[in-house]
Write a protein that binds this ligand. Sequence first.
Ligand code: NBG
Length: 759
Amino acid sequence: MESYLKDLVKIMYGKSLKDATVKELYNALGKLVVNKVEDDWQKTSKSNKKRCGYLSAEFLIGRMIYANLLNANMLDEAKEILEKNNIDINAFEEVEDAALGNGGLGRLAACYLESAATEKILLDGYGLRYRYGLFKQSFIDGFQNEEADDWLKWGDPFSKRVEEDKVIVHFKDMDVLAIPYDSPVIGYHSNVVNTLRLWQSEAIKSFDFKTFDDMEGEKTALDEYKAKEITYVLYPNDNTDKGKILRLRQEYFMVSASLQDMLKKFKKLNLSLNELPNHYIWQLNDTHPTLAIPEMLRLLKLEGLDFKESLSIVKKMFNFTNHTIMAEALEQWPISMLEELIPDVLTEIKLLQKDLEENLDKNKFYIIKNDRVNMAYLAIYVSSHVNGVAAIHTEILKSNTFKEWYSIYPDKFVNVTNGVTPRRWLALNNPDLSKLITSRIGDGWIKDLSQLEKLKGVENDDEFIKEFITARNINKIKLSNYILEHENIELPVNFMFDIQIKRLHEYKRQLLNALAIMYLAREIKEGNLTSFKPTVFIFGAKSAPGYYMAKQIIKLINTIAKKINNDDVLNKKIKVCFVQNYNVSYAEKLVCAADLSEQISMAGMEASGTGNMKFMINGTPTIGTLDGANVEIASEAGKENNYIFGLTVEEVDELKKNYNPYLYLEKNPKLKKVLDSLIDGSLGVKFIDIYNSLLKGDDPDRYLVLADFDSYINERLLANSEYGTKEYYKKCIVNMYSSKKFSSDRSINDYNKLIWKIR
Ligand code: NBG
């Protein structure tokens, strides 16, 4: 490998290894990885076996270099070679994350691709190659500031532009080129290498000499821009459809290019179109790619099939995953917009509505209503399977969100609980704990997480506990150093690290956490909490740029952080740190250093959560509500090994019928004082809108922050009192070895068994 790398650096940059810059080494090493897996990649790509396309507007792949080196079995050697040349492999930490996604939904897609390749299942990712990923976040005076995320700054050695596979996507007002960029998806020590194909939009005629000669260069430039604009940015919105027209263009661009691509490949097999579902099927990652269904109908019409024939084929080709029950996230497109951009696709949607009316009670079911197309209903009507992403979430879909649909299609609905890849989320991000585990049970767990169960009993082994604590402390020291350098806040490692990292949303209730910190701070100040163990509360979260309340909450947390961290009495007991630009790479550092994992959404709102799983695998107990995958975490590791609090889904429903937030202030005058401080100026800034959101309006305290407050505080204090004891570390260890269910390898096999049936 060393001589290859030397040659490559020489060929690419005309330099020796020692003279190459970090960026050059990164690009050369990246190419070397691709080269190593190239034969397997070709073989996998050319296989004529049935395969599934994972259609997703987001692939939050993060930084690929370490994961690819590990999976291609090159990591140790690469480290050695670099070391020999006085280069620390950690230098690649400067490489920007590929933040081509918002949060859980996009990161899940990335974990699934990795797991499928590892499990030798033919699953290719299809999405968009955004020129700019999710914005870069910094704080200015405590407010979120957004800047463009130029993720390609360092180059992209893992992808190649596949000119010969370009296709044309047709809109009513223009035709656009879709150019695929392919990256290998390398499984862990597996010979299956799947493909992540991301489409980039470009103008068909990029430079026309004649136009230029006619002095009309500006017009050419404008046309070029209009085409390129489609894949310029990832919308930082996982639950509202903003920038509507462009978003719709993106969605159609993605699905049309992907389906044309598939059809081209299928035609090479010289089979009847009825055979299509035996070769290609699709998983729709949320509603964003749902236009694939009418687009497939349109393409089959062009092949000469009539609507009924096409529909019977299409019904076998698509499956739909729902990731949220938030009404504002279930996309609905106005007919007028579809008419304006893609009238032929709208025609197919109307035919689907007609078909529905022939088959179902049109008073109960529809795809089009009030001149809008309901994308979720469209997906459910046609798909063979609809799945939720955690047991409780699927139950809510069946009994509530899609109740009517479930009553006529009970067999369509299945559950596949989310998972995360143990390669990135334990083996790579937590090398010391990994070493400890491997020293006891060998390294088979990396490919088969159920082997962690062999550790059962080590929670009573003093030597193991000691080494577990050492590993945790090493991670805390590393995180603390990193935070000092990047956020300029000193975090003593003997403090308990209490961490909430996820997108900022009111339902996720970062506000509950913040109010609880304010409450604890008051109690400490007043001398009521003398035995409170020093704790640092860490937050990481981006808010959608147009989400006012979320941004207010960021400002609030930064305000209390400043106040507490500068208070010489308080900062011996509490510190608060909101890290900037939370992303996948930051998460890798945070989840392995956490003493407590905050998963405190209002029950019924968090479809699954995947951060909760990452903490668990790294041996961190959850403080959480019975929501999403928390329910399954508590059941796998034992409720007694986690800190479960708050209203259940049923209790939430009951309480919502007649909710009075003031009741909780009367019951708990200390909570009232905390709320008062939001508006009395004592924070230096007044947070009137946050205050009003909790107490005023039609739907005060929509996410029941006040109702869950007392039980949250109690559980927090319990966790705090146990922290640092042997009992506490036992809980950590039991969580870690009980986490097998949350490997995305398991999820992928569930998808395959229940839905895809590929092997
Ligand atoms: C998110 C949910 C999470 C879930 C991920 C992945 C969206 C629309 N939904 O709870 O909020 O873990 O999807 O399934 O991003």
